[in-house]
Design a protein around this ligand. Structure first.
Ligand code: ZN
Length: 87
């Protein structure tokens, strides 16, 4: 059985669809039962989306993501939003 820590560990693989189906099943089952992990997944996806948009100035920013959260994650990843280097 997966724990909440396992969910956090497997989250990126789950989103990349690289988990075996049996793992995905257990993963989804845990999400059904665990509200905390559902919220975690939700915020993870929103944050990921927001970072993609920050990297691409051509698209508008996601309004539902708190600015502080985005800044904190950008700082953690040492991504410079103001970096002028072309991607
Ligand atoms: Zn959980």
């Amino acid at each position: 059985m997966m724990t909440c820590k396992d969910i956090a560990d497997f989250l990126s693989e789950y989103l990349d669809r690289t988990l075996p189906w049996s793992q995905r099943l257990v993963f989804r089952l845990h999400l059904l039962l665990c509200r905390d992990c559902r919220r975690y997944l939700d915020s993870y996806q929103k944050t990921d989306h927001a970072i993609c948009q920050l990297k691409d100035p051509g698209t508008s920013q996601e309004e539902s993501v708190p600015e502080d959260l985005v800044k904190a994650i950008l700082a953690a990843r040492r991504v410079q939003a103001t970096d002028s280097h072309p991607l």
